[in-house]
Design a protein around this ligand. Structure first.
Ligand code: G3I
Length: 317
């Protein structure tokens, strides 16, 4: 049995992984992704800087590669990401646009990308990381030029391009109830009240070992589900101070267990994606000095205690 097969028996939940395009050619990497996971998220290749590097010039090839891979392996695809302030091409980031121009550029981007992947990408992160930690809106290029409306407009454009795709808003440090997740909650409530086509909330869940409040985490997922929205844990990893010891890895496994249990406890929580396959594939060591080991597999593809913890939760019904 595999992680994907036990998760599927748990009310058809998916278990996903962020895939690095340059590693798919590695046979063991590809085989492991195919065997253990029922959903894939492109870690980088559908981001704006890669997919529309120049105005109106689209580079779909790496994304198409992942779509092909997913089709061959009967996997879902979680599209990441349409509108985000990071990994923008210079022509957007440094371009000087009027509101009308930026709105057109953004709508065109969304329309082209979502249309290209129509019927092949089941879920999209439409907007990502729109909040500051205190729950105010992040002063991104989009917010500064277009105001809050860019969010609703992005959902409408994506929905027009693929009416069947499920559209998500996604953020980090929204793992429990607090100012940032409260702001997210108020925003999605307003969007729903205004009839904006939003279908889900992504809780990224980039976590730190031992900093976890299980009750708050589950209550937070539950309140979004209670709005009739789907909830996906979109980018799960749990980092620790290196070196990793047996004790830390055991504690990490317990935290993975608790997160997985929280999702299983909430009907609307339909899947969990981990943000990379092996510890050596993770973004963490490059961003947080002295930290690492946040994922389910070791560099040699052996399974960590965290893998077995997730597996156990999915297996028991
Ligand atoms: O593609 C270049 C390559 O040509 C160059 O040789 C290399 C040298 O550093 O850099 C490569 O680009 C890197 C890119 O990943 C692809 O590997 C960038 O430097 C690096 O900054 C970039 O990091 C990504 C990060 O997003 C950037 O924001 C991580 O892989 C990716 O895991 C991370 O993912 C984000 C989610 O999209 C949103 N939520 C947070 C999450 C973690 O930061």
């Amino acid at each position: 049995k595999t992680l994907r097969s036990v998760a599927w028996k748990q009310d058809h939940r998916f278990v996903g992984v962020a895939v690095a395009d340059d590693k798919l050619s590695d046979e063991t990497y590809a085989r492991t992704v195919a065997r253990e996971f029922s959903s894939v998220t492109p870690e980088n290749v559908m981001k704006w800087e890669t997919i529309e590097p120049a105005p109106g010039e689209f580079n779909f090839e790496p994304g198409d590669r992942l779509i092909d891979f997913a089709r061959k392996n009967h996997q879902l695809v979680y599209g990441h990401v349409l509108v985000w302030h990071s990994q923008l091409p210079a022509w957007v980031n440094e371009g000087e646009f009027t509101a009308e121009e930026l709105s057109e550029v953004t709508e065109n981007h969304i329309t082209e990308v979502v249309s290209h992947y129509k019927g092949k990408v089941q879920r999209w992160d439409v907007v990502n990381e729109v909040f500051n930690e205190d729950g105010t809106f992040r002063e991104t290029k989009f917010y500064q030029t277009l105001g809050e409306d860019y969010i609703a407009d992005a959902f409408r454009a994506a929905h027009a391009a693929d009416p069947r795709a499920k559209l998500f808003i996604n953020d980090y440090n929204t793992d429990g109830i607090g100012p940032k997740s409260d702001a997210m909650y108020e925003l999605v409530k307003d969007l729903l009240a205004d009839g904006v086509p939003i279908h889900g909330v992504g809780i990224q869940s980039h976590m730190i070992l031992d900093l976890y409040d299980a009750e708050s985490y589950e209550a937070n997922i539950q309140r979004f589900a209670d709005l009739g929205l789907e909830v996906v844990i979109t980018e799960l990893d749990i980092r620790m101070d290196m070196p990793a010891t047996e004790e830390k890895l055991a504690a990490q496994a317990e935290q993975f267990r608790a997160v997985t249990q929280a999702c299983v406890n909430v009907d609307g929580c339909t899947g969990i994606t981990v943000w990379g396959l092996r510890d050596s594939d993770s973004w963490v060591p490059g961003w947080f000095e002295g930290q690492g080991a946040p994922l389910l597999f070791n560099e040699d593809y052996s399974k960590k205690p965290a893998y077995y913890a997730m597996y156990d939760v999915f297996k028991t019904k």
